[in-house]
Design a protein around this ligand. Structure first.
Ligand code: PLP
Ligand code: ZN
Length: 412
């Protein structure tokens, strides 16, 4: 890889050659991929980019893959960035965009990391990839691997929503539903991966994954014509996404594509916010219980806390915690004002933004991008519970008229 210098431990600074099956540093720290920005500057221009296919692989010079590594088969990335004027007005901000990453092939932002995992597994000559996941990393890995002809072993906690499990079974993964929480699921996957030597797609263990995730911020920048907003709101679980988002922004800054770095908004659930607590109390992070219906961010032991905390601090970021009720209210608000249906964890960034607007922290002079990280169809049970029931009527116009009157609905 001519664009990559090496991988460097964020804890002890030790450097490693960037081989395809790289995992953690021997000190236990997480590795970060270090790029040769001079090389990238010479080889990547905004004009060159404009002519490329609309997938995450358009940013190849900024990604840790060999020049000869093929694009993965599914169309990952280039999700729409909507101008959300009605919602922006409601929240009272100057300008709001919604990046709907639920429109990835397996319906979450995790496709960006999983496509990267598949590309690196191919480079490594692996036939089987494994991971543990709260659900979306699993389904995205299963889908992207199936498309590329690789097999998967997937570990999910028993509470994983049905939609995600249905995806896994449809993509032909070997699925192990672990009787325990995400932490216990992770531990079993770790032992199994050691035993059988599978390619490891576990979040934060494999340093290439957040490089895939960073393509979301590369896209936001390009879609905004390289003019960055004041804030970028994102939901946080393990911390890989927010770390990746920040890495992408710093990359673009380093090669001179953008001149301003947005402040990150880290949104977590009130019932599980170890990363935000560490920032708020300026202390090392400590485990928390996993008490939230936003399953994708119910992460009591964050795997990438170090990089996430660094990203939030470096960006002069803001942390905000939201209750499950606030999350579900944001789901409905996004649905009714934007036509975007996000899963609970998917809309947590927007819920956090709404709260910060209500508190007056963010307001009428600010521009914001809020990323919806996963699609609502993955978890219909919660949506139905919170968004209400339809009118249930027989085939009878009089009954319909009466019901519409009763509800006081406008018919014109
Ligand atoms: C995984 C996930 C997140 C959080 O990403 P982390 O890297 O775990 O912080 C947010 N939303 C959705 C829908 C996810 O699947
Ligand atoms: Zn180290």
């Amino acid at each position: 890889m001519k664009n990559v210098i090496h991988a460097k431990c964020v804890k002890c600074g030790k450097v490693y050659e960037a081989v395809p099956n790289l995992t953690n540093c021997e000190c236990g720290g997480i590795l970060d991929i270090v790029y040769d920005y001079d090389y990238i500057k010479k080889n990547l221009t905004k004009e060159k980019l404009a002519a490329r296919p609309n997938t995450m692989w358009r940013y190849r010079e900024l990604l840790p893959v060999e020049e000869t590594t093929p694009d993965t088969p599914l169309r990952v990335g280039w999700s729409p960035l909507y101008e959300a004027d009605r919602l922006g007005e409601k929240l009272g901000v100057k300008k709001l965009w919604i990046k709907d990453d639920g429109q990835n092939p397996t319906a979450s932002l995790k496709d960006r990391a999983s496509a990267m995992a598949v590309a690196k597994a191919k480079e490594a000559g692996a036939k089987i990839i494994a991971c543990s996941s709260t659900g979306n990393a699993a389904s995205s890995l299963a889908g992207n691997a199936a498309a590329a002809g690789l097999r998967t072993f997937i570990f999910v906690p028993e509470r994983a929503p049905k939609g995600k499990v249905a995806q896994l079974m449809t993509f032909g993964a070997n699925v192990i539903s672990v009787q325990g929480n995400y932490e216990e699921t992770f531990e079993l996957s770790k032992k199994a991966i050691e035993k059988w030597g599978w390619y490891n797609r576990n979040a934060a263990i494999n340093p290439y994954l957040s490089e895939g995730k960073k393509t979301v911020s590369l896209e936001i920048a390009e879609q905004l014509g390289w003019k960055m907003p004041d804030y970028l709101a994102i939901s946080v679980g393990d911390g890989c996404t927010i770390a990746g988002v920040w890495k992408g922004l710093k990359d673009l800054h380093a090669i001179g594509f953008i001149d301003k770095l947005p402040r990150l908004i880290s949104a977590q659930a009130e019932g599980c916010h170890p990363i935000n607590r560490a920032i708020a109390e300026n202390k090392p992070w400590e485990p928390m219980e996993e008490n939230t219906l936003a399953d994708s961010i119910a992460v009591g032991v964050p795997r990438n806390a170090d990089k996430a905390l660094m990203a939030i601090r470096e960006s002069n970021g803001i942390v905000v915690n939201v209750t499950d009720e606030e999350i579900m209210a944001a789901q409905k608000l996004l649905g009714t004002t934007c036509g975007v249906f996000g899963e609970p964890a998917g809309v947590t960034g927007t819920a956090g933004l709404k709260k910060l607007c209500e508190q007056g922290v963010i307001g009428k002079n600010d521009t914001v991008v809020s990323v919806v990280t996963g699609n609502g169809l993955k978890d219909v049970a919660n949506a139905i519970k919170f968004c209400g029931e339809p009118m249930k009527l027989p085939n009878d116009l009089d009954a319909l008229v009466a019901e519409i009157d009763r509800r006081g609905l406008k018919t014109e």
